[in-house]
Design a binder for this molecule. Sequence first.
Ligand code: GLU
Ligand code: ZN
Length: 488
Amino acid sequence: MQVRVRYAPSPTGLQHIGSVRTALFDYLFARASGGVFILRLEDTDRTRYSEEYVKNLYDTFKWLGFYWDEGPDVGGPYGPYVQSERFPLYQARAKELIEKGMAYYCFCGEERLAKVRADQADSDTSEMGYDRHCRGLDPAAAAARIAAGEKAVIRLKIPLEGTTKFRDALLGDIEWKNEDVSPDPILLKSDGFPTYHLANVVDDHLMRITHITRAQEWIPSAPLHIIMYEAFGWEPPELVHLPMVLGADGHKLSKRHGATAVDEFRKAGYLPEALVNYVSHLGCSFEEGRDIFSLADLERLFKVERLNKAPAIFDYQKLEWYNGQYIRLKSDADLLGLVMPYLVQAGLLAEAPAPEPRSLALGAMPLVKERLRFLADAPIMLRYLFEEPPVPAPEEFIPKKLDKARAAELLAAGGALLPSCDLSDLEATEARYRAEAERLGAKFGDLMMPLRVAVTGSRVSPPLFESIRLIGIPKATARIGRAVAALS
Ligand code: GLU
Ligand code: ZN
């Protein structure tokens, strides 16, 4: 049997890091078992639907670098893969259940349902939801009312007694009392729109899905779906409910914890490899003592047995660490390609930079590669290469325990030494500055600190001599001169 796994998002929001984790596990599961990965758009909720979200879905996965074998854009043998294009199919299947006596028409209007809810809220009954008012209607009479044009929804008959059992490949055997399953959920609305339950079950069957890998929050829907499979006489797919993704406080990951939309991570300058690598470890352990995995590694290694039952905690710092690792792995040219849009946006480089600023930027890559956390840090770190930094306030130049006059003296000495230095030899240059510090009776750090502030405009910067080598000694000397003047 060929494994077929689907990712079935509802385009009612931007792709969330949690949904991407689901999609990634769907994808890895399919790849690891030589199966097929399918995208199906569950766009039955037309009120929350937006084109923008569909576009975001495609953009996200294109950026992340993994793709489906069947889906709305690439087609496939079981299409269409968009639920809004499949409504007649669901309508026919809902009628099939009516004919089998497994579903029934419900004519209750909103007013009656509201009253049922209000009465339930007022009384101390534990009963919740629909009161099964129309379940007892004579099917022939109901059919006649439909034929006469009356509006109705179609509801699934949940057995009134007994239990529904199913096996989850991760969580094991699960058993629900039927009285705890939502009482007779709607399958088809009166306007002919299917609900999630109907469309999801019908499509998983018609698209020959063999394994459902989805978030644990869907477990309450599972018994209901199993009841539907039984009503249709279909074999249900295997179920794998993935561990939850929580924030550090143990609550479901949400905006309160930080970025959650993939787009936000992308804009901040996370690399897709880092995101994929990190997200793949949310609820899954691949190999003890190893952190870095390419998508190809993950495809090879994924196994349901590697999934954890316990919830995963989303650790923003760990993700940041991964991002740094992947940045360090880039070649200078590749890294420049990645930070270029950020430099352009900050106005530091033109869209198509002239050779000189371009090579300046390229030369700066080795200086920042070890320090960048995200790509968006690059303009902040590199601004002084492209623009004259404003001269900082005098206190910024003064090393601990020294005064302004001494800072000015050290700065002037440091500046005076520069023109005679050969910056192609960083070791020799540093040795000369160490000797100069000794001669002046100063700490090496106290000699360097005001220089750094003068040249880069900040106490923290990429390596100083390499930076000076990039902008050239004359420019650096001029900046030092301005700073000495400001201090005197
Ligand atoms: N459309 C559902 C969602 O938005 C799919 C859930 C499932 O995989 O069954 O997550
Ligand atoms: Zn009713």
